[in-house]
Every structure is written in structure tokens, then in C-alpha cells.
Write a protein that binds this ligand. Structure first.
Ligand SMILES: [Zn+2]
Ligand SMILES: [Zn+2]
Length: 202
């Protein structure tokens, strides 16, 4: 790794105008929750920097990986946490009597620098915390666990428990497998009945 503060950008390396940087560190460098972000994992920020004198615009893709637990099947899984991170950096306003820290908290998106370097550590940390999904699902069609026996319904032949609430896709299959052949009319009326059952309030 090398650099102690990978998310501190020294101003001396930046040219006037546009340049490209690569800041690579770990969740540990950012003091992120080790339960969610593997401390030995990787966080990368590849910004385009626009520098005009002491003012900078810094923006680019910020990428990390989070360890999440599916809210339906309770399986742990890894998922990328990716966002476009953008800040403006400038020298602190000498007319503002407040300390840099308070100013930064008020004006999200502005980082004050000391003329030597821009410290993006805290802003990157906050953005990654916000970007972690609140209700993670391992995949959009995860079937979750059987509420009766706890079997993982994503597995084939998970269990044979009756399903109280019939998914329309299953209903179609069950209709197809119905033992006695029925006239189209009776089939239609049956599916209307089952629909009204499905729409009962939870
Ligand atoms: Zn799941
Ligand atoms: Zn079951």
C-alpha cells in the first residue's frame, strides 16, 4: 500500500486545468464498519480534477464492496457500492468566523484545504456509509425463506409446505397441472376466485 493517507490529495501533484488521479485505499483507512466493509478490502476513487488556482472540482467514480445480508433469505453476500463522488475544494473563507469543521458539515460537497493538500477521507467515508443499501436483497427474484419450516425457497424442492399466498406465476403452473380437465369457462371463474383471495389485506 505505502501511502498512509491514501485519500489525501497533495496539491503539488496537480496541474492547472484538468488532470486524472487514482486514490486507492482500504476501508480501514476510512475507519468504516468492519462488519460491512472488509477492512482489508479495496476502496478506489478515480477522479477527474479541474484546478483553477486554489479552487478545485474533484469528481469521479468511487467504488467499494460491502458485505450484506439478504433481507429475504438471510444469506450473506457481497455487493459493489458504487457512486459518483463529487466535491469542490477551496481555501477556507477567512471571513467566516467558524472553524473549518463546522463549515464543512454545513456545506456538504465543499472541502476546505490548507494550500498543501485536500483531505477527502471524511467525505468519502460518509458517502460510502450512505450508499450501503438499507434493505439488501441478494437478487431481485430471491424467494426468501419458507415461513413455516424455514427452508430456503431458492433451492429446488426446498419444502412441500403449502403456500398461503400464491404467487401468480405459481398459480399458472398449478392451473396447468390441475388433474381434471375443465372447460375454459370454469377455469376462468376459478382464477377470478383465487385472485380475490390473493387481494385480501395482509
Ligand atoms: Zn436472498
Ligand atoms: Zn416449508
Amino acid at each position: 500500500m505505502g501511502a498512509k493517507d491514501p485519500f489525501v490529495l497533495p496539491l503539488s501533484v496537480l496541474e492547472e486545468g484538468e488532470s486524472h488521479r487514482e486514490l486507492i485505499g482500504t476501508p480501514a483507512d476510512l475507519d468504516l464498519d468492519p462488519e460491512v466493509f472488509d477492512p482489508n478490502g479495496r476502496v478506489s476513487f478515480r477522479p477527474t480534477v479541474y484546478k483553477m488556482g486554489a479552487k478545485l472540482e474533484i469528481r469521479g467514480p468511487l467504488v467499494a464492496r460491502a458485505r450484506l445480508k439478504c433481507g429475504r433469505c438471510l444469506k450473506e453476500f457481497e455487493a459493489p457500492v458504487e457512486t459518483e463522488f463529487r466535491v469542490f475544494a477551496e481555501p477556507p473563507d477567512s471571513r467566516d468566523p467558524r472553524g473549518n469543521k463546522e463549515v464543512r458539515e454545513d456545506d456538504l460537497g465543499i472541502v476546505y484545504h490548507d494550500g498543501q493538500s485536500v483531505d477527502l477521507t471524511e467525505d468519502i467515508r460518509q458517502v460510502l456509509v450512505i450508499e450501503v443499501p438499507w434493505h439488501p436483497v441478494c437478487r431481485p427474484d430471491c424467494q426468501g425463506l419458507c415461513p413455516r419450516c424455514g427452508a430456503d425457497r431458492n433451492e429446488e424442492d426446498a419444502c412441500t409446505c403449502p403456500r398461503d399466498r400464491v404467487d401468480p406465476r405459481w398459480q399458472a403452473l398449478m392451473d396447468h397441472k390441475a388433474p381434471e380437465s375443465k372447460t375454459p369457462e370454469s377455469k376462468a371463474s376459478e382464477s377470478i376466485d383465487s385472485k380475490s383471495e390473493d387481494s385480501e389485506p395482509e
